[in-house]
Design a protein around this ligand. Structure first.
Ligand code: FES
Length: 161
């Protein structure tokens, strides 16, 4: 019995097949295909995981491990402004905890959540490789270091205008 794919449309499946042709094993194409799907839909849903796993002939549990291991894959669409705050040692020693608490209070959300209007999302991530500017966050595509509560307030008010 064949089931119709809802995520992997024929066009996406064609693109995925071309990617798979570049590798010896189908499952080796998992990361570029996950990027392809996330770039198309903004996230990787459970349905997408199932369809991609079937295409790559890999167990769904392996697919879930990959999607949850890499913080750049999301199970829901991105907020307009995503705060990815570093929670690793250098940032924690330089006030990262306060920055995280301030963001939680200011936005009224916990890490892994987004505001009900979809404007802001908060995530805790491992070292961003910018320890010299700790505490640091990746805010959408930009790295912002030397974070203070005041700087966070300015960023939030600038993004809500
Ligand atoms: S520890 Fe935060 S950027 Fe490295």
């Amino acid at each position: 019995m064949t089931t119709e794919n809802k995520i992997l449309t024929s066009e996406l499946k064609d693109q995925a097949t071309k990617i798979m042709a570049q590798y010896d094993q189908p499952r080796s194409a998992v990361l570029p295909i996950l990027h392809l799907v996330q770039n198309t839909y903004g996230c990787i849903t459970c349905e997408a995981e199932t369809e991609i796993a079937a295409l790559l002939q890999m167990p769904i549990v392996d697919m879930k491990e990959i999607v949850t291991f890499y913080t750049l894959f999301r199970s829901r669409p991105c907020a307009k402004v995503e705060f990815n705050v570093c929670r690793t040692l250098s940032c924690m020693l330089r006030g990262g905890e306060e920055i995280i608490d301030h963001l939680k209070e200011k936005l009224g959300i916990q890490p892994g959540e987004q505001t009900s209007d979809g404007k802001f999302g908060l995530h805790l991530v491992e070292c961003l490789g910018a320890c010299e500017t700790a505490p640091t966050a990746q805010i959408n595509e930009s790295y912002v270091g030397g974070l203070t509560k005041e700087k966070i307030d300015q960023i939030i008010s600038g993004k809500t205008k």
